[in-house]
Write a protein that binds this ligand. Structure first.
Ligand code: SF4
Length: 316
């Protein structure tokens, strides 16, 4: 699985000062699961080392200027960004990790200076990151700094795996029957993101208007990508856990019921992490051989070794 990344995060010495911004979590942990496709727009234009650049606002327009010599390099940075963005589709990238705060790669809250001096505001998007977001608004994207937040990290990685799965499904397996199978496996994960999307996607699959396969798949893809883009919440996840519990509650003892419901409540109250509850539920799914639940991506959305559900901070 390939994801795009700002080169300096991999330890490449491509920053303006000849340094890098190596990120250990990305390299050591995510590196086990992803192939990285590095991008450094600034190095291509200016080489390394180089004078730093910054965003400058004048008459509501954003320009890119060199920090000391004040040379306008906006079109250079824009042109290379547009050129590189087209590679994302060619390379079939499933996501992108940007370097925060950079006037080129920052995804949000990038410093923008006023032409006539004054205090800069942290309010802009880097030029390259902006181009990527414009062209691929539903591509999973994050900044390295935000990946330190367990909730954002879980949402981002879940989104990447789902993104890859839908594109692989569309590429190799698409048929009405396979769409039903795909949708069935994602039902609870979709439900944990949005009840409205759950209904919408169900209607698309039901295809009451008798559209052809291509039209149905296109609609499904768009709605699915919009759904996995949404962040999950503790309450929606709690509701899914209760739904799953409903499958076998009639077949277990009073004490077993109490133990499961106590765990679900403890998850809701932020006392135990989701993985603890999922482990218990999975035991019963296996014990009663509930095939419908065994295939649910909600119970296994990504490799368990990523341990994304092992902290209570992963849900809020
Ligand atoms: S932030 Fe982007 S442009 Fe700047 S050094 Fe890193 S990869 Fe290159």
């Amino acid at each position: 699985m390939k994801i795009g990344i700002s080169s300096c995060l991999l330890g490449t010495m491509c920053r303006y000062d000849g340094g890098h911004s190596k990120d250990k979590f990305i390299l050591n942990e995510l590196g086990k699961y992803f192939d990285f496709k590095p991008f450094c727009p600034e190095k291509i234009i200016f080489a390394t080392p180089r004078e730093a650049i910054r965003l400058v606002k004048k008459d509501e327009k954003i320009k890119v200027k060199t920090s000391n010599t004040n040379i306008d390099v906006t079109s250079k940075v824009k042109n290379i960004s547009e050129e590189l963005v087209s590679q994302i589709e060619e390379d079939e990238l499933c996501g992108f990790i940007f370097k925060s705060k950079s006037p080129t790669c920052g995804m949000q809250r990038v410093k923008v200076y006023k032409e006539n001096k004054g205090v800069p505001e942290n309010s802009e998007v880097g030029i390259f990151a902006g181009e990527v977001k414009d062209k691929y608004p539903l591509l999973p994207t994050e900044e390295e700094g935000r990946l330190g937040d367990a909730w954002l990290r879980e949402n981002f990685l879940m989104q990447i795996f789902a993104y890859k799965n839908i594109f692989e499904f569309l590429k190799y397996e698409a048929s009405f029957k396979k769409l039903v199978d795909f949708h069935t496996s994602y039902k609870y994960l979709i439900y944990s993101k949005s009840h409205i999307s759950y209904k919408k996607l169900g209607n698309i699959v039901a295809n009451h208007k008798k559209l052809n396969l291509k039209e149905v798949l296109e609609k499904y893809k768009l709605c699915f990508l919009e759904t996995i883009y949404k962040k999950g919440s503790i309450l929606k996840t709690y509701n899914i856990l209760l739904h799953i519990f409903g499958y076998f509650k009639k077949h277990i003892s009073k004490d077993e019921k109490k133990e499961i419901l106590d765990s679900v409540e403890e998850f809701k109250q932020g006392i135990i992490p989701l993985i603890a509850v999922v482990k218990i539920l999975n035991l019963y799914v296996t014990r009663f051989d509930i095939k419908y639940l065994k295939i649910q991506k909600f119970l296994n959305p990504y490799p368990k070794e990523l341990a994304l559900r092992s902290t209570i901070k992963a849900y809020k």
